[in-house]
Structure formats: C-alpha cells, structure tokens
Design a protein around this ligand. Structure first.
Ligand code: URA
Length: 261
C-alpha cells in the first residue's frame, strides 16, 4: 500500500477490499501484489513437423520497392533494359512474346510515352508499329519530327508505361502501372528530353497522376522541371477522327515550344 496514503484513504481502500470479499490474510507479512516479477518467457510451443519457422517465412512482396531497388544503380539505357528484363514481379511478362523497350533516337529533344504494346508491338519488340503507330508517325512528320531522324532537333524517342502487352489489350491495372513507374521515371532521366509528350489517359495517370485527357490535352503540364504535353492517343484518333483537329493544335503548340528553347 502506498506509504503516503492517509488514514482515511487507507480505511476506504480496506473497506473496498472487504466488499470484494478479501476478508482473510494469507501471509503473515503484507505483500504488494502490484510489484509483479518480470514475466517469464512463454514456453516454446512445439512446431508441427514440416512447418516453416516464422523468421523464415517469406515477407510480403512489395513490387514497387523491388522496382525502385532495381533502378537504383542503373546508369545507362542498356542497363535499364536489362533491369526491366530481369524484373519478375509483373505478371504481364509471362504472357508477352517480347519486351518492348523503346524506339527512336535517345538524343531526341522530344520523348513520347504511350500506354502499352499491342499485338504488333509484342511481335516486333518495338513500340507503336501497328495502325496507331503509323498514325503517330504521320502526326509528328507533319511538324518535322521522326523516330528515324539522326539529328536530335528532328528526332523522336518513344516508349510506353508498360513494356509488356496486357492480355487481349486490356487496360493496364493500377498496380501494374505503379510497379513499372520507377523504370519509366529512370528512362526519362536517362534520355533527358527537353519535352515529354504523353499519349492518352494511361500515360497521364501513370506519370502525372491525372486522368481526363479531354480536359488535359493541349495544356502544358510539368514533370521534374520539364514541360509535358498531354495529347489524345492515336488509337483514340483512329476511332474519333474529328479529334484530329485538336491534336493538330497540340502539335503546333509543341513545335512552337521547341522553337522557344
Ligand atoms: N499503343 C501504345 O500506347 N503503345 C504502343 O506501343 C502501341 C499502341
């Protein structure tokens, strides 16, 4: 009992104990039951034969952290491609024929980021080689830019948010975008373009965290200090040819920006 307790409080505490039924002394000397000895360690339970020790259980995997670790020491585009090829956390890799890394001139002032490879790209291992890719080439040729130009002023460099084709060309899942994003950010850093063009909603969602391409297109955004132009995806333009008029405005804005810097 607390030695500082006054007589009234001690009497009240005693009456309270009597009320609880503590009416008999057990030991000769009083003992403070609140001074508990240090708890003895719980006896080890026997582990069933064949069960894995908790310390040896696999920790829950974190593909985004794995991706960040995979790019941490990447210094060149070749190393980046090798790091993506070695990344096993994305299921899409198992269903794809080829890794689709990039195409064009890595010294280009303009870098385009699309969504994901389709059937043709999966077969060839190069981005934007199907119908949408042909339209993309025509669009940029109209402002004198091409993926085959050796001169950085007129060149394009092209990649996608995802390097593997999603089955049946379904939309990329948010977790797939999240785990491949560290690779795309590193890709942009290594190429170091003056301007980034994002094709469609998935690219805008992946890199800017914004959706709503109809609202975003044609409005300059910024990523890591670089100007970013969101544009309609060429596959959308194939389905909605009337949107080509707005895309032409966006291409002109891009050309103007290149002239400024
Ligand atoms: N659509 C894309 O977004 N990327 C490609 O590589 C092909 C089609």
């Amino acid at each position: 009992m607390d030695s500082r307790m006054d007589a009234h409080a001690a009497k009240a505490a005693l009456e309270w104990q009597i009320e609880l039924g503590a009416t008999e002394a057990i030991d000769d000397a009083p003992r403070n039951r609140y001074d508990l000895p240090a708890k003895a360690p719980a006896p080890k339970k026997a582990r069933p034969v064949g069960a894995v020790a908790p310390e040896n259980l696999p920790t829950e995997s974190d593909p985004v952290a794995e991706a960040e670790q995979a790019v941490a020491n990447v210094r060149t585009l070749e190393e980046l491609q090798a790091a993506i090829a070695a990344f096993d956390a994305c299921e899409l890799k198992r269903g794809a024929r080829n890794l689709v890394f990039a195409d064009g001139n890595p010294h280009a002032r303009v870098m385009i980021v699309g969504e994901a490879p389709g059937r043709d790209e999966d077969r060839e291992g190069r981005p934007f080689v199907g119908r949408a890719g042909h339209l993309l080439d025509k669009m940029f040729a109209a402002i004198d830019l091409s993926r085959t130009a050796p001169d950085p002023e007129h060149a394009l460099y092209i990649t996608n948010i995802l390097p593997w084709r999603p089955p049946q060309n379904r939309d990329p899942k948010p977790e797939e975008i999240a785990m491949m994003r560290p690779f795309v950010f590193r890709h942009i850093d290594l190429v170091g373009p003056d301007i980034l063009v994002l094709m469609g909603n998935i690219a805008c969602q992946g890199l800017l965290g914004k959706r709503g391409i109809t609202r975003l297109r044609g409005k300059w955004q910024e990523l890591g200090g670089r100007p970013v132009m969101p544009m309609f995806h060429p596959a959308y333009l194939l389905r909605n040819p009337s949107a080509k008029r707005e895309t032409w405005q966006d291409l002109l804005a891009l050309k103007e920006k290149l002239g400024e810097s």
